[in-house]
Design a protein around this ligand. Structure first.
Ligand SMILES: Nc1ncnc2c1ncn2[C@@H]1O[C@H](COP(=O)(O)OP(=O)(O)O)[C@@H](O)[C@H]1O
Ligand SMILES: [Mg+2]
Length: 318
């Protein structure tokens, strides 16, 4: 199993809101800083990558973020146009209108066409050798399996001809564990962990893509060691509460509220630890589990991406 940044194609997936875009943007940033020519692509063009890098729009044709980093958003229609022009060598068309309509018709009739135009474009970039690494901010749990399973589905559907010759090399890239991997992002909570364990099983059963690693994002640090615990217990004694309230000229209830918040943070972390244990037990033992800390600073955009990239680089060293 290669080291994370040595892959050629990484699909970052997981339940909505767990940090897929953040992790994909951070992996791409880290790889590019190590001199790997990196393309990062959002599979669902919502502008989330542009927000993460605090840059302008990231079109299908790509936006250069730095010397070794380009960001793009998927557009299946543009992908079809590129496919017709570059691979099928169909001469440039003046109007895409009729093709787009025909495409919509075909894509609706044959499930998997849209997906293969997404995955195919990315595999094409690998094959063309323009990039050392392509990172995909992939669809969330529900859709990613269909996306990654599409080429084999089509391959089984059409066993001969031009489509077969196209899907064969795509499958070869997707199914090569030395080149392609899935990065499954989750958080130390009930539902995200349950979904991550399910998704790991579905990826293995239904797609050719192997699991490169699982990322546990927003992990709370150990807040209370033994000495903090002693101080905390001391603070919660009635006499201490009264003393603090009197000195601050505030109510005892307010002081108790502050302590309750601290207690909540500790409880959340302890629950998180239990979920992380469930996660570790639910995925194959040879799949690395990486931890990324909860960022408390109200960082977003590029600053948050840099912080996550830094934390990730430390995980990759150990
Ligand atoms: N380690 C972290 N600590 C704190 N906030 C985080 C962390 N990772 C992501 N976030 C925040 O969580 C939210 C969801 O992250 P995002 O990457 O957009 O998730 P997804 O792409 O899976 O929907 C964002 O507001 C992001 O800034
Ligand atoms: Mg996202």
């Amino acid at each position: 199993m290669p080291e994370l940044l040595a892959y050629q194609l990484l699909f970052v997936t997981g339940k909505g809101g767990v940090g897929k875009t953040t992790v994909a943007a951070a992996i791409a940033l880290l790889a590019s800083e190590q001199g790997r020519r990196t393309l990062v692509c959002e599979a669902e063009p919502k502008g989330d990558l542009a927000r993460a890098y605090e840059c302008g729009p990231t079109p299908f044709s790509g936006r250069r973020i730095s010397d070794d980093l380009v960001a793009m958003s998927m557009d299946t229609e543009a992908s079809l146009r590129e496919y017709l022009r570059v691979v099928a060598k169909v001469p440039k068309m003046g109007h895409i209108g009729p093709v787009a309509r025909a495409f919509d018709f075909v894509a609706t009739a044959a499930p998997g066409i849209r997906e293969i135009l997404t995955v195919g474009k990315l595999c094409f970039e690998i094959r063309a050798g323009r990039y050392d690494l392509v990172v995909v901010d992939a669809s969330s749990t529900g859709n990613v399996v269909g996306q990654l399973a599409a080429p084999s589905g089509i391959n089984e559907l059409i066993r001969v001809g031009v489509v077969r010759s196209q899907t064969d090399w795509i499958l070869e890239i997707l199914g090569d564990p030395a080149r392609t991997g899935a990065v499954l992002v989750t958080t130390p909570e009930e539902m995200p962990v349950t979904e991550a364990v399910d998704l790991a099983a579905r990826l293995a059963a239904e797609t050719p893509v192997h699991l490169a690693c699982v990322v546990a994002n927003r992990v709370l640090p150990e807040l209370f060691g033994r000495s903090e615990e002693l101080v905390f217990n001391e603070l919660t004694r009635a006499a201490t509460l009264d003393f603090v309230a009197r000195n601050l000229q505030t109510s005892r209830e307010l002081v108790e509220d502050v302590l309750a918040a601290a207690r909540l943070a500790v409880t959340v972390r302890r629950d998180g630890v239990a979920h992380l244990e469930r996660l570790r037990a639910g995925i194959a033992s040879d799949v690395p589990l990486l931890y990324l800390p909860y960022l408390f600073a109200r960082a977003h955009g590029l600053r948050a991406i840099r912080q996550v990239a830094h934390a990730l680089s430390e995980e990759l060293v150990t």
